[in-house]
Design a protein around this ligand. Structure first.
Ligand code: NAD
Length: 403
């Protein structure tokens, strides 16, 4: 009997599990994750801003386990030994595999900027997202006592997809934050410090402008073309003048770091040939050095042959990768022919800015405002369905008609 081990119960890992559990052949599956729940990584900003409780973006992994074929192990992976075909766990245990799916997800990337780890809040998983929300509320309550202006200020570092969605959710919550502080909504100041001036390059300029202008109209203050050089306690230091390198400081008691991510540290620790935790995979999503190891999602870089650049890491591509890798392994186990290369056609990209607004592209069409927000919720439910099935969509889906 062949042993298939899946590392990580994110979008890619659970999608692969779904297809493997539905397949036939002489194999057993072990799924390993450090948590006993799956979380929708694209919705973390909602927990960080407090627009959704963590229960809404998580579900128990056991809900999707078919015990006849799959064993779930809650443990932290520290290293992969591809030579010995073993996975090493933090608790000292080792697991052997015939086929391995590595889908260990992302971590925050500081780019070596001083003070980031010590003085900024990251938002990479459920505990860190919850910590952001608790921190904001603690500052608001603190203001009610001390009247320190910095308590009312929030800085989001980086206006990428994550930063912009977080800014939208924070804008939705300004009135609630103000209530905790006992001030008018306008007193809550939300800033975004961003290195470049052309924001959100995945969208055309007009569409990106729409998103940013909406946020500005709701009171977000953007400082663009200002690379962050250091984070001191309660202070963001940014380059104000490119020519002279002169810096300026912006003080706030909540500083959130959303300037980009890297793949899991396990990739580096295991000697994979990688850049920022992402391995450039072969055309069938396997490790170029070991064809029994599939590498998916945020730890994987897949070349888009149309523009010779790796595809961006999104939930949509991770789900597709999970399906492909499972089918590839089933084909190998059951002695089928070669799989055609992995290909990906994006259905579109929609960024939410708060609960009732969004913007993006679907096919070649731009979508904006409330209709886009409706579409975004449909996209969220689709991905929830693809890992969790009907049960999770009925329990956690975004449309009231389920509840
Ligand atoms: P990103 O790399 O897309 O954006 C980071 C932003 O931070 C950029 O605008 C960059 O210029 C800025 N930045 C970097 N260093 C800086 C510095 N020192 N000072 C100031 N600004 C700085 O990162 P992300 O938003 O975390 O997204 C990561 C990936 O995940 C992307 O591929 C994104 O498309 C994807 N994502 C997808 C979804 C979704 O599909 N729903 C949601 C979130 C993220």
């Amino acid at each position: 009997m062949k042993e298939i081990v899946i590392l990580g119960a994110g979008y890619a890992g659970l999608r692969a599990l779904h297809y493997l559990q539905a397949g036939h052949g002489d194999y057993h599956i072990t799924l390993i994750d450090r948590n006993d729940y799956h979380y929708e990584a694209t919705d973390l900003h909602e927990v960080a801003a407090g627009t959704q409780p963590k229960e809404k973006i998580t579900y128990p992994i056991r809900d999707v386990i078919k015990e006849k074929v799959t064993t779930f192990v809650q443990a932290t992976v520290t290293k992969i030994d591809r030579e010995q075909q073993q996975v090493l766990l933090e608790d000292g245990n080792k697991l052997s595999y015939d086929y391995l799916i590595v889908s260990l997800g992302f971590r925050s990337e500081s780019f070596g900027i001083p003070g980031v780890e010590e003085n900024a809040l990251e938002m990479v998983d459920v505990p860190t997202a919850e910590k952001v929300y608790q921190h904001i509320i603690a500052q608001m309550k603190d203001y009610a006592q001390t009247k320190k202006a910095e308590d009312l200020k929030i800085i989001v570092c980086g206006a990428g997809f994550t930063g912009v969605e977080l800014l939208g959710a924070l804008s939705d919550k300004r009135a609630d934050f103000a209530q905790f502080a006992g001030v008018a909504k306008e007193k809550i100041e939300i800033f975004c410090v961003e290195a470049v001036t052309r924001l959100l390059p995945m969208f055309d300029e007009k569409l990106a402008d729409y998103g940013i202008t909406s946020l500005k109209n709701w009171g977000v203050k953007f400082l663009t073309g200002k690379p962050i050089k250091e984070i001191k306690p309660g202070v963001v230091v940014y380059q104000d003048d490119k020519e002279t390198g002169a810096t300026k400081e912006l003080a706030a008691n909540t500083i959130i770091w959303t300037t980009g991510v890297s793949g899991s540290r396990v990739m580096d620790a295991s000697g994979f040939s990688q850049r920022r935790g992402r391995v450039m995979v072969a055309a069938d999503l396997t490790d170029p050095e070991y064809s029994n190891v599939s590498i998916l999602g945020d730890v994987s870089a897949v070349m888009n042959k149309e523009n010779n650049r790796p595809y961006p890491t999104t939930a949509q591509i991770a789900l597709k990768m999970g399906e492909y890798a499972a089918k590839n392994i089933l084909t190998k186990i059951n002695g089928g022919g070669e799989m055609a290369d992995f290909t990906f056609k994006s259905l579109g990209t929609v960024a939410s800015i708060g609960n009732t607004h969004a913007f993006g592209t679907v096919g070649h069409s731009a979508v904006k405002g409330f209709p886009a927000s409706f579409l975004k919720k449909a996209i969220m439910d689709k991905s929830l369905f693809e890992t969790g099935g009907f049960k999770e969509v009925f329990a956690k889906g975004r449309f009231d008609l389920y509840h």
